[in-house]
Design a protein around this ligand. Sequence first.
Ligand SMILES: [Fe+2]
Length: 452
Amino acid sequence: MSFDKLKYLSGFANEFASEDPRCPGALPEGQNNPQKCPFGLYAEQLSGSAFTCPRETNKRSWLYRIRPSVVHMPFEHSKQGLMNQDWKDTIPNPNQLRWLPFDIPKKSAEAVDFLEGTATLCGAGDPCVRNGAAIHIYTCNSSMGDKCFYDSDGDLLIVPQQGALLITTEFGKIKVNPNEICVIQLGMRFNVEVEGPSRGYILEVFNGHFTLPNLGPIGANGLANPRDFQTPFAWYEDRDVAKYTVMSKFQGHLFKSIQTHSPFDVVAWHGNYAPYKYDLANFCTVNTVSFDHIDPSVFTVLTCQSTKPGVAVADFVIFPPRWGVADHTFRPPYYHRNCMSEFMGLIHGSYEAKEKGFQPGGGSLHSMMTPHGPDAKCFEDCSNAPLKPQRVAEGTMAFMFELSFSMTVTDWGNKTKVDNTYYKCWQPLQKHFSPPKTDPTDGPSKVKKAKK
Ligand SMILES: [Fe+2]
C-alpha cells in the first residue's frame, strides 16, 4: 500500500475497530477471544493501562494477528544507537543551553536509520518506577528495512522537522510530514522508512499517556480538536523472512531479538489504544484580544498529566502563525523563571523572541529556575513598535516540550552542536531605569508620578 494514498480513522482515543479490507470478517463479532478466531488468527491484547483503571483512563486494544508477538528468539543487549539514560552519569548544567541544527549523516558516508540515528539529549527520572521523561533527537538517511522498534519505557511523541516519516505500525501505516506529529505509545511496534535526509525531535514520557488539555472557559471547541487526530486503518503483511530484528528499549537499554516473520501481521484490531498523528496546521489558536501576553499553556496541543492536579509531566505546546493584537503590551514572551523545564525546537521559520541563532533543527533548554526571555534586539524593537494588529510567526512553527522534571543533559547533548555563544544574546540589554526627579526638601508624597 502506498503511503501517499493512506486514509485514517478520525478522532482522539476513540473506540476504533478496523480490519484489513483484504480479509473482511477478520474481527470477531461480540467477543474478544473466541475459541477459534476467524481465518485462524491469534487474539492478543495490548494493555496501555492497568486492567482496573477507571473507564476514562483505561486503554487497551485487541489485535488479531497471524502469529502472537511471543514468537521470537531471546532478547540480547544491544549497543545500537544512542538512545539511553546517560543523563544519570553527567554533571548538570543550570545555564541557558542552545544547540545549532543537529547534523544529518550523509548517506554516501554511512547509512543510518531512524533508530540508529536517535540520540538522547536530556532526561530525568526512571522508567523502572514509571516516573520521568527524556528528549531525543533523530537524524537519519535510511529506512529501517527488516527491523522494528518498540519502547517498553514510555510513550513517544515524534516531531519531524525535515523529511516525512513513513511509519508502519502493528495497527497500520501512517505518513507523518514535517508540521505534523505522531504519538506511538508504550509497547507498539513500528518501522520507519524515510525518503531522504530526515531530522526531528522525540519526547518520551514514562508516566502515562498524552491527553487533550481541558478547555475550561474556552468551551467545547478550540485548540486541538479531537476530530483532527488520525489513526491508521488495519494493514497486514504475511511475510516470512530469514531474519527480522525486533528492537526494544527496556529500562533505558536497547535490546535486540530475531524472529523469522514480519511483526506487522495484524489483520484486524479494535480498541482505544492505537498510534495517531495530528497536523499542527489544524490547531485553533486562542489568545488575548485585549492586553498582556497570555501564558503559553494556552497553546497546549497535548498534555501528559501527573497525579498532582493541574501539573503536567509534560506538555507539548506550539507557537503557530496567528494575529498579535494586544494593546499597550510588550507582545513577545515576557522575561521568565519557571518551576518547569522548557525545551524548544523549531520546525521551520524564525521564532519571534530570538530571530537569530535559534534555527530549524536546533533547540534550546531553559531549565528549572534558569532565567530566559527575549534577546536584546527583540526587547528594544518590541518596546518601541507601533501596536497595530500584526501577523506573528508567519511561516513559522516553533514548539516547546514543557516538563515538570529538572532535565539533565547527556554526554552526547553536552558535546554535540552546543552553541556556546547563547548567553551573549542577553548581554546588550540596557539599564533603562529612570527614577522620578525629587526635591530633597520634599517628602515622598511630593514625588511626581511617571507619565504613562
Ligand atoms: Fe519560559
